[in-house]
Design a protein. Structure first.
Length: 183
């Protein structure tokens, strides 16, 4: 069973929070605030926080800016993962991925099924890596943000989590660039 190795020091990571919505503002962004609170409570840093419209180009532009920022290790978005015409977050994320972390979406939906039943098929939660930055896209409800954070992301962003975690892999995420440069 997974566990926390208390003999290791906790390493906080810098996380950007992106809310994708045509209707939310800073004053009523409950999902973004939920994520920010969960991140801070876990001991990580909320490096930046933004709200962008349900527009693929705008989402991609924000993701690329944060991927290029050496002070951001992880991006977590909320919203735009459904199946309506305006839900384009997964498509935007797919545009920037170097590698998809398929197991994230699968595990999120499996966990979600236990709470919302077959309605979980409407979620297109996704995750991947680009430019050495982890990217997670969660549905736009505070409950989905809590589930994704508490049941998956929190553990994988804790370097003390055993048997393994994503933080340990951060120094190796761009190995392909080093190998490519060798010729």
């Amino acid at each position: 069973m997974p566990k926390i190795d208390e003999s290791r020091p906790f390493l906080p990571v810098n996380i950007a929070v992106l809310t994708v919505s045509d209707t939310r503002s800073a004053s009523d962004d409950k999902s973004g605030q939920t994520l920010a609170d969960l991140i801070a409570t876990a001991g990580h840093r909320v490096a930046q926080r933004r709200i962008v419209k349900d527009d693929q180009a705008a989402i991609v532009a924000q993701l690329r800016a944060w991927i290029a920022d050496p002070n951001i290790d992880v991006v977590i978005s909320t919203g735009g993962t459904g199946v309506t015409g305006r839900d384009v977050t997964p498509e935007a994320f797919q545009t920037v991925y170097e590698k998809e972390i398929a197991g994230f979406g699968e595990l999120f939906r499996w966990l979600s099924y236990q709470k919302v039943g077959t309605s979980t098929i409407q979620s297109r939660a996704t995750a991947g890596v680009a430019g050495g930055t982890y990217l997670f896209a969660l549905p736009g409800s505070p409950g989905a943000c809590r589930d994704g954070w508490d049941d998956i992301i929190k553990h994988q962003l804790d370097n003390r989590h055993r048997p393994c975690n994503l933080v340990e892999l951060m120094p190796r995420l761009q190995e392909h660039l080093t190998r490519a440069g060798r010729g």
